[in-house]
Ligand binder design. Sequence first.
Ligand code: G6P
Length: 589
Amino acid sequence: MCGIFGYAGEKRDAREAVLEGLQRLEYRGYDSWGVGVVSDDSISVDKHVGLVGKDAGTLPKSHIGIGHTRWATHGKVTNENAHPHYASDKSFALAHNGIVENVAALKSSLQKDGYAFISETDTEVIVRLIERRRRTAKSLAEAIRLSFKELEGRNTIIVLARDGEIIAARNGSPLVLGIGAKSEIYLSSDVFSCAPHVKSILVLDNGEMVTVCDGEISLVNILTGKSIKPVYEKNLLKDVSVSKGSYDHYMLKEINEAPFVIRQVVKESDAKYRALARAIKKARRVYTIGSGTAGAAAAQMAFYLRLYGGIEAKELIGAEAYEYKSLIGKGDILIAPSQSGETADVLEVLELAHTRKATIASFVNMPGSMMTRLSDHKFMANAGPEICVMSTKIFVSQIAWGYLVAKAVEGKLAEGKRNLKKVATEVEKLLADKKFIREVKDHAERLAHKEHLYLLGKGQNLQIVREGMVKIIEGSYVHAHAIPAGDLKHYAITLMAPDVSVVTTISNDEVCASVLNAVHEVRARGASVFGIAPQMNENFDDFLAVPDTGETSAILNVIPLQLLAYYMAVALDHNVDKPRNIAKSVTVK
Ligand code: G6P
């Protein structure tokens, strides 16, 4: 959802530093990008539509710069709408992550005062507001602070001033400052993008503004204008690698990291799991919450909590929790798996729950996130950066964590850990099995050219096929539809006919027979069924064998579906790591 980056330091050429940062932030949006640098007291900006380029060729060499990678909200994908946006006199340039919710009112007030607009963006409104404030404010920083106070919504901005100052303000969308060697200063939407270069980090809180000038950093409270003492943390991600290695795509690399991420979940201390289990057991109501893939993970976690923990857990989708907002209160617990820890829809519910004194637990991959800060029970996925916009390894780690929390509630944490270790080994074997991979690829090449694809699942496999559907839609743009196997006969059976393809993942569990019934019903209408299961069934037209890992078999079944979606996207020659229109981290509503 837009990435912003800034660099000030003698060590590197700002053009290269900012471009590298933008490449790492590209998962946040890749409609267009731009870089602005300062040299000889003037600002030069280079903007382009499309993926972040290899060089910001037209810009002069510089040591101070900012950049932006865009996921269009207000205004089409054009050069004009790309950031950074210049002030009319080019005294500053500004990049923005967020949505100005009161844009209409602000724009009409500015227009009344004679301000003209070049782009269709809400960002330009911020630029003009600052220009208007600049006429009376004692400094540019003060004009920015006062203008920022006028904005509604979740917004973060970075401003590059002609005199070499960089000023950034946060309210909602994330912002991190990093300090590198020789007093280099980085500003970014996430830690991973600057992690290899920085020793310490400062995660800005909502309502904070930072000014970087001649190597000096000053932090203020946006509301009061008063100084705040920055609290730096050691950067623990310095050695994190952000590379595809020998894989063709990040997606494939990340699917292959599933065993690693499961083991990371197992590594977390028993005491932490037990503390969360106690909080869940004594809670009045238990909600799990997430958006997109994390929403499927939250639902799988609620399933595990009901099945193994005997807890009446309810799953919520971040943006669809409207009617629950008045119900959540003291004594309740909300549990949020989230890659970024910043998803606006979810954060909004958690913030409200927090003010109502509900307990919050989160499982986050990105360090320094708002969700972690808000949480009473803070768990980190420690899964390493997930670069592909489609979430794969994080989903696996989220449901593995959900399973383990449920086992802790059941009082069988040790058994849960043993089961996860076993499934990690089985997944590892599967991923190393060339025949298995070739078979998935063959099926993917066949299914990639279908117009519609249906997925059937039940019990522990219901959310798994739902997530398979999400991956197929995201990567191949093929219309996929996940159907609860038991509900098939109530509506979707009308769609079953010759030439229709159905995929199902089945485990050897108590609902297995009922899924096979649905398979029968599908076959009886002439549709063909591709079964992913521990053993062949006469009703499968195509079959992929997977090991039976008992309680954790749903976690293993995710892998063939993710691989299927991957190879379908590859077969269609799509941009696998950056599917059209979506962004990885949705920090606006
Ligand atoms: C976006 C991404 C999804 C992700 C969801 C929640 O929609 O495309 O892959 O699952 O946001 O993100 P989170 O960071 O909260 O896990």
